[in-house]
Structure formats: structure tokens, C-alpha cells
Design a protein around this ligand. Structure first.
Ligand code: HXC
Length: 514
């Protein structure tokens, strides 16, 4: 055969393999409201940047008629490309080929691209759309999952790992996304669960739809397993691309800096906090008032909303934001908000992203439910993560910083590099009402007019302790600043922290309170 004929033959082979499970399966995929694996890769990556590998890999299954099936690409597409010019490794399970089920060679294609991402130090995007372990390949499928989980763990904290759930992700398969950094889901398309509705019906006699069991809303609003919710696949891809602009390629690089931009002039930082201390406000307005272009990229917006986490840029540099949200449960710390913040703090620390903490909380949420749900164990995670983090840590106390909440929210005592407080800050063991009722109990009860005495004592306590000056007098706060000076202090603190070194005692690793 001449070279020209060989080339023609090659294109034919490639075209055949590239159409996955064939036109009927592709039509079925579209009819179910989903894009194909190839469409998805194309939509995420820069135009013409995708380079595919292992298209001609063959499956090795021999049983239950598998030996007679071709399974092009073995049901997964792998390769490299770029997003806004940044190199990326990517895999997308192809549901049109045996339901994207995972057999031995399918898994090997994934682990190969994962190894590549780790070696090259570039992010990995994994698109999940699969019926799970390929039943006909038995234990080899299970082995494949184990090898993926192992690499997810090796890659953790080395390269960013992004999971996208665009179809079923069932059984043990869910644990690969669960081990990655960010999980994206799409309404009506994503379905993630350990045991499906049929098993639940057989074992427990309960009827539930896949959507109500592990759909996109469930995973972003109830379980907190997923971080980003989108209404369509295209919206989801835009979110992924936006995330990539904020994070570094790997743990030895800094996130890309952008030209600095002023926040929107319409956001008046001085008038966001209401004068009445118990009136709520949206802390995101404060974040936007200091962020470049007022652009804040929130993570896990729909879950544990009493704490806000996400990325923005300050003077062109990516920073991670952790902020109590007075709009929800007065911004208290509880089981879920502690988990949410602690994981994010560890992400920022692993990838050299400075952390800015905005504080306004009355403390930990009291109650039997919280105690029984392990608020002690979960609450400890936030203390551990802040104390462990060696990236620059800047804390801005806006209003309430009471008791354990004050300590937990990156206080000086947990290693904050800079602690600033607004004149509205109230840094104390507890709020004035509670404090006055305890320490002046006798005086109040013995007084001729207990209500009036209580009022006076609350006032006395407020004047003496519910302010930033007691903490500032002891050096627990570095500077009391006016709201308008916030951005300037943040920019300066980030600049002078650039060469921060924080040497810790040798250890293999700590025992984080998981
Ligand atoms: C082999 C599979 C498969 C699987 C689907 N297919 N799942 N083949 N192994 N696990 C095949 C189907 O036979 C079918 O092939 C094609 O994919 C499309 O599947 P349909 O059922 O027609 O699609 P749909 O109606 O959309 O339903 C999708 C589904 C369903 C909900 C995912 O297929 C399903 O329930 N599959 C089984 C899920 C499961 O129990 N997986 C094992 C989980 S245990 P044809 O040839 O007809 O087109 C697990 C353990 C991992 O994963 C442990 C790791 C630690």
C-alpha cells in the first residue's frame, strides 16, 4: 500500500473510531438532552486545541459477548488542550459506547492522562457520564476505579482536579469526583448516588426518583457534594473556564496575575453595614466593594450559605475569600459551614493563594442537633485549616467577633499575618445582652427596676468591651481602619506578604479532624 493510501486508510479508521457508539446512540444522547463527549470537550477547550490520544485502544473484555463488541475508544475520550491558552489534561466518558461504562482499558486511558497531568503539572478536567463499573469485565473494572482513586489522591494538592457530572455517576464511581477539588453539576442532567432508586426500593421499600436522590439541586443544596450548579451544559463550561482563570496550573506556580481594576464606584463600602448591630446585610457586597472589577466568583453558593467562600482578585492577584454571611443564620459557624470553609482554606493553602477572611458572627450555632451532628469535630476543622495554612492570611473584622467564633475566623492567635478591624467591630467573649445577663445577674435581679438596670448594664458592657479598641490595645488587632481604607490595606498586606516564609516543625502529616 502506498503512503497516500495508508493515509486515506488512517483517516477512515480515525473517523470510524471518532463517532463512538454510532449515530443511533448519538441521537439517543441528544434526545436525552445531553451533548456528546466530543461536543463537550470542544466546548470547554480553546478552538482547535484538542489533541486526542489512545483513540485506538481496544477493550480486553471477553465474557458475556463483549469479545464481539468493538467499543470505540473503549468509551472514553482522553487528551490535552488549552483553556484561555493554559494547558489542560481532559477526559470525557462517552455514554454512546456501552453507556460510558468503565472497563480495564477505559480506566487505563484515564489513569494515563492523570499521570500525564501530574507529571506536567497541569490541571485535570474529568467529565463523568457513565453507567459505572462495566459489569461484564468484573473485578477488572473495580481495579480500574481503585487505580483512579489512588491517582486522585496523589494529585490532590499538586494539580487542580475538576470533575464535571454530565449524566449518571453511580456506585463507587462517585468517589473519584469526591476526591477532586471542584465538582460541577447541571440541572436535570447530573445524577450522582451510591445506591440507585431500584436498590433503595428493594432494600428499604422507599420510592424515589434519580433526580430527588442525587440530582444537581440535591448535590449543591443538601449534600454539599458538588460546588457549582448550572442550568445548561454550556453555562457549566463557562463556569469551569472562569474557575481556571483564578487558579494556578500546579502547586509550584502562582495563579496568573491580571491587570488591576478598581471596584465599581457605585458600591459604597461605608454604608453596607447597618447601624443596628443585629440587622443583617449581604457580606458579598463588601467583597465586591474591594474586589477588582467587583468580580467575585462564589463557590458552593447554594449550600451552607451562612459562610461565603470564593475567589476574586485584589490588585490583579487571585485571593481566596472566607466570609461569615450575616444574611443566613446571622453568619454562625455550624457543622456544614465549618466543613465548607475548612476545605476551601486547605485548597488555597495548597495552591499558594492568599486568604482574606471577613468576620461578622455571633459564634458557633447552639443546639442539640448541632452537638449530636458533631459540631465539636467539624468545628475543629476550621481551626485546624487556618492554623495549618502557611499562605498569607489577612483578617478583616467587620462587626461581631464573639467567643469561639472570633478565635476560629483566622484570629491572630491562629496565625493571621494581619488583623484589621473596622470601628464597628465588637470583639468580646459574647454579645452585650448575654454578657450583661450573666455578669450583672444579681445586680439586675435585686434592682427596683430590673429592665432599666439591664439596659444600663448592656450599655456599660457595650461601651467597655464591644469595640475593637480592647483587642487593639493588646495587639490582637494590628490596625483599626475606616471601611474606605479596606482595599488599600488589603493590597498593601498582600504585597508585603509575597515573600512570606512560615517554617513548621517536621511531620509526615498532621491528623486533621476529618
Ligand atoms: C455495562 C452498561 C452499564 C454497565 C450501562 N450499560 N451501564 N454496560 N456495564 N455498568 C450499557 C447498557 O447495557 C446499554 O447498552 C447502554 O449502556 C446504555 O444503557 P441504558 O440502560 O440503555 O441507558 P439508560 O436507560 O440511559 O440508563 C442508564 C443507567 C443504566 C441508569 C446508567 O444503564 C444503569 O442503571 N446501568 C447500571 C448501573 C450500575 O448499576 N452500575 C454498576 C454500579 S456499581 P446497549 O448495548 O444496550 O446500548 C459500580 C461499582 C464501582 O460502579 C465500585 C468502585 C469502587
Amino acid at each position: 500500500m502506498s503512503l497516500a493510501q495508508k493515509i486515506i486508510d488512517f483517516f477512515k479508521k480515525r473517523d470510524k473510531a471518532s463517532i463512538g457508539g454510532g449515530q443511533t446512540a448519538i441521537d439517543k444522547q441528544y434526545a436525552s438532552g445531553k451533548m456528546t463527549a466530543r461536543d463537550r470537550i470542544k466546548a470547554i477547550l480553546d478552538a482547535n486545541s484538542f489533541h486526542e490520544y489512545d483513540l485506538f485502544v481496544k477493550h480486553t473484555g471477553k465474557d458475556f459477548g463483549l469479545d464481539k463488541k468493538e467499543l470505540p475508544g473503549d468509551g472514553v475520550i482522553t487528551g490535552t488542550g488549552t483553556v484561555y491558552g493554559q494547558p489542560i489534561c481532559i477526559f470525557a466518558q462517552d455514554f454512546t459506547v456501552a453507556g460510558g461504562s468503565l472497563g480495564l482499558m477505559h480506566a487505563r486511558k484515564i489513569t494515563k492522562i492523570m499521570d500525564h497531568a501530574i507529571k506536567m503539572g497541569i490541571p485535570l478536567i474529568g467529565i463523568n457520564d457513565s453507567g459505572g463499573a462495566r459489569i461484564q469485565e468484573g473485578v477488572n473494572s473495580l481495579a480500574g476505579y481503585g487505580e483512579i482513586f489512588y491517582r486522585n489522591t496523589l494529585a490532590s494538592g499538586v494539580i487542580p482536579q475538576i470533575s464535571v457530572i454530565l449524566g449518571p455517576c453511580a456506585g463507587g464511581a462517585v468517589y473519584s469526583p469526591a476526591l477532586t477539588d471542584f465538582v460541577f453539576v447541571v440541572d436535570k442532567i447530573s445524577k450522582m448516588f451510591i445506591t440507585g432508586p431500584e436498590v433503595i426500593k428493594t432494600v428499604l421499600g422507599e420510592e424515589i426518583s434519580m433526580e430527588d436522590l442525587g440530582g444537581a439541586r440535591v448535590q449543591t443544596e443538601i449534600s454539599g457534594n458538588a460546588h457549582f450548579f448550572a442550568n445548561s451544559e454550556l453555562e457549566c463550561f463557562e463556569q469551569i473556564k472562569r474557575l481556571i482563570t483564578f487558579i494556578p496550573w500546579n502547586n509550584r506556580r502562582k495563579a496568573k496575575a491580571f491587570p488591576p481594576k478598581s471596584p465599581k464606584a457605585s458600591l459604597d463600602i461605608e454604608h453596607i453595614i447597618p447601624s443596628e448591630p443585629s440587622t443583617p446585610y449581604d457580606v458579598r457586597d463588601i467583597i465586591r466593594a474591594v474586589a477588582d472589577g467587583s468580580d467575585f466568583f462564589e463557590i458552593q453558593e447554594r449550600w451552607a450559605a451562612n459562610i461565603v467562600i470564593g475567589f476574586c482578585r485584589i490588585d490583579g492577584e487571585t485571593v481566596g475569600i472566607v466570609a461569615n454571611q450575616p444574611l443566613v443564620l446571622a453568619g454562625v459557624l455550624d457543622v456544614d459551614s465549618s466543613d465548607k470553609a475548612a476545605r476551601f482554606i486547605r485548597y488555597c493553602d495548597a495552591f499558594s493563594i492568599p486568604i482574606i477572611t471577613f468576620v461578622d458572627l455571633p459564634g458557633y450555632l447552639p443546639g442539640v442537633d448541632q452537638e449530636h451532628a458533631g459540631v465539636i469535630r467539624h468545628g475543629a476543622k476550621i481551626l485546624y485549616s487556618y492554623s495549618e495554612a502557611t499562605v498569607p492570611k489577612i483578617t478583616m473584622i467587620l462587626r461581631k467577633a464573639y467567643g469561639g467564633g472570633y478565635i476560629a475566623m483566622c484570629s491572630r492567635h491562629l496565625g493571621a499575618d494581619f488583623v484589621f478591624a473596622w470601628p464597628s467591630a465588637e470583639i468580646a467573649v459574647m454579645g452585650p445582652e448575654g454578657a450583661a445577663n450573666i455578669i450583672f445577674k444579681q445586680e439586675i435581679s435585686e434592682s427596683a427596676n430590673p429592665d432599666e438596670t439591664r439596659k444600663q448594664k448592656v450599655q456599660e458592657y457595650t461601651e467597655k468591651f464591644a469595640n475593637p479598641y480592647v483587642a487593639a490595645a493588646h495587639g490582637h488587632v494590628d490596625a483599626v481602619i475606616s471601611p474606605k481604607e479596606t482595599r488599600d490595606f488589603l493590597i498593601h498586606a498582600i504585597k508585603v506578604s509575597e515573600t512570606k516564609k512560615d517554617i513548621r516543625p517536621f511531620k509526615k502529616h498532621g491528623i486533621a479532624p476529618f
